[in-house]
Design a protein. Sequence first.
Length: 119
Amino acid sequence: MNSEILTRKIADLIFEKKGYDVTVLEVNKVSPITDYFIICTGASDTQVKAIADHVEGQLKDEGIKVWHKEGHRALQWVLLDYVDVVVHVFRPDTRAFYNLEKLWGDAPATILKDEVESK
């Protein structure tokens, strides 16, 4: 699965668990470390865990395994690294503090909307 398709798939999985403020940064335009960052917010520790577990579980069922993950203990910022796509699931205050969108401000950003919610 190419990184663009994987990015959209992950975004859809995030929306299934009601993640919000989903932003995709095209990191490959400014750095060779990965192709995309997907940044989203969960309103509570429980929601952050649910989003991360859902993404990881659904992709695993499709044979796509996470290469590295962090943050499952504190649940303020869970990172799922799929090499070409890195998922960041934040609590609101932690997202504001680290402000990855500003840190990676040179990377083109796309704000995604839940297509089901938009209808």
